[in-house]
Design a protein around this ligand. Structure first.
Ligand code: ARG
Length: 500
């Protein structure tokens, strides 16, 4: 639109190829805020007269209150929202006032300002959803500290555990996601405005003033860095991918556990799809889509870093391609987290099925092996061999549960490895095996962070405390933005009221 050197208009195809107006819709509100703070600062440092400032502020107000005025006044040859808004303000006011609003500002610092402002809000909403999800997991965990189930490694039964232990493990990984987002927030929450195109300005502008009016904690100091680096955005994408990978694991676990073969959990009908042909079907499609969308976020991270790869310092139009990818990440994260909240808080758990599978499981083997060490005084390696031999025998003879092995079975099985130890007789081995139940095997497993009931309670209270801290952190962040925003709006109102 501002074609001072090139003559005539852009080719129509070239204009639509260059235009980012569609994806800029999400930036409209932030571009307006940035412009309001910028022009107030321009007035404060003496670049705009009060009359010019008020004219621009009124023009902006007009855009905000009349939904069609952007299209009515904005220049249709604008390549993006920044040009569209500026051209509309110039038409609503006049070139003498509106023509000054872009003083000491470039679209290069403007676009990354808008992106940072939008991402701050996105991050806060995503973080709030993470808290909601952790809370729903905590609720389910509290009612499942006694739900004994097999735990899996290599998707094979490994040890006995309790369902709350899994749910809490998801909480722990989500706390790290929250913290990664918080660290990323600090780096995003810096204002690039005033860096101009790349090398700053000879006008007497006040970068810190704009930054504080917009609620930023600092400015992006170096003007080249401010306009051309996108590493904080890559960090946001990578943090989001990590969070999705964590959600993906929850989704995968629940998909497996909700199969008829496992039958440990039932997804609520509100979060299940059906089949167009098979009447019996109840499918975990929402969870599958979380898994699928994780792939999309992964692709976006690769796309953003590929766009960045090989770019020189200083703004290049390639950077424009990153914006819609970021918006997509935000919508995937927000949706996936809130769908997961729904799935977790409505699912039901079949404790009996979990217990039935646990009581016939060889996942109790390590607990028995450890009892043999404690009560029989044998080295771990011998105990491992002994129980492994018994399990092999039991499996080959019709999957006999270990506590149902007769003395003759034990004698036959251990005869194969020529077992003999007067201090740990076959009778003693049998009685040690029979003394272990799923319940006491978990009670004995008292190491920190284990499935033991006390540990479950400790972990629940630890995560609950963290949630209180996180809520404060989030409230503080949102509050700072709100205070800055209220202050700015008040200032604008004073300028406009004063003039009438
Ligand atoms: N629409 C552009 C973007 O989204 C704004 C910056 C354009 N700057 C420029 N000098 N061409 O990145």
């Amino acid at each position: 639109m501002y074609r001072s050197r090139p003559s005539g208009n852009l080719d129509d195809k070239a204009l639509s190829f260059l235009s980012s107006i569609a994806e800029d819709a999400d930036l409209f509100y932030y571009d307006i805020l940035g412009s309001q703070a910028h022009v107030i600062m321009l007035y404060e440092v003496g670049i705009l007269t009060k009359k010019e400032l008020v004219a621009i502020l009124k023009g902006i107000d007009h855009l905000l209150t009349n939904s069609d005025s952007l299209n009515r006044y904005g220049d249709s040859t604008s390549e993006d929202i920044h040009e569209l808004i500026e051209s509309a303000i110039i038409r609503i006011t006049d070139i003498k006032s509106g023509g000054k609003m872009h003083t000491a500002r470039s679209r290069n610092d403007q676009v990354i300002l808008d992106i940072r402002m939008k991402l701050r809000d996105d991050l806060n909403r995503i973080s709030a959803n993470i808290i909601l999800l952790i809370k729903s997991l905590l609720l389910q965990a509290s009612s499942n500290v006694d739900s004994i189930m097999p735990m899996y490694t290599h998707m094979q039964q490994a040890q006995l555990g309790v369902f709350s232990h899994y749910l809490l493990s998801y909480c722990f990984s989500l706390t790290r996601d929250f913290e990664r987002y918080s660290e990323s927030y600090e780096r995003i929450n810096c204002s690039p405005l005033g860096a101009c195109a790349i090398g700053g300005s000879s006008m007497n502008i006040d970068r810190e003033r704009v930054s504080s009016m917009l609620g930023f904690s600092d400015i992006v100091y170096n003007s080249i860095d401010a306009t051309s680096s996108r590493d904080s955005l890559i960090e946001f994408a990578s943090t989001s991918l990590t969070c999705m990978l964590n959600l993906c694991k929850v989704a995968e676990d629940l998909i497996v556990w909700s199969t008829s073969e496992f039958g440990f959990v039932f997804l609520d009908d509100r979060f299940s799809s059906s089949s167009s042909i098979m009447p019996q079907k109840k499918n975990p499609d929402p969870l599958e889509l979380i898994r699928g969308k994780t792939g999309v976020v992964q692709g976006i991270l690769v796309a953003i870093s590929t766009i960045m790869k090989g770019l020189p310092s200083g703004y290049s139009r390639d950077l424009q391609e990153i914006k819609p990818l970021l918006w997509k990440i935000t919508s995937i994260l927000e949706d996936s987290l809130s769908i997961m909240v729904g799935v977790i808080s409505t699912m039901s758990v079949d404790k009996n099925k979990m217990y039935a599978d646990s009581s016939k499981s060889y996942a109790i083997s390590l607990d028995i092996a450890e009892q043999l060490i404690k009560k029989g005084g044998i080295p771990f390696r011998e105990s491992h061999k002994l129980i492994g031999t018994l399990v092999d025998y039991a499996v080959k003879n019709g999957n006999i549960p270990l506590n149902l092995l007769k003395l003759s079975d034990i004698s036959k099985a251990l005869g194969l490895i020529e077992y003999s130890n007067p201090d740990l007789t076959l009778e003693k081995i049998q009685s040690i095996i029979q003394s272990l139940t799923p319940e006491n095997s978990i009670e004995y497993r008292a190491t920190k962070g284990s499935p033991n009931k006390n540990e479950q309670k400790e972990m629940i209270s630890y995560i609950t405390t963290r949630m209180n801290e996180y809520e404060e952190i989030l409230a503080d962040r949102s509050n700072r933005l709100k205070i800055a925003n209220d202050k700015l709006n008040l200032k604008i109102k004073e300028f406009i009221d004063d003039s009438s």
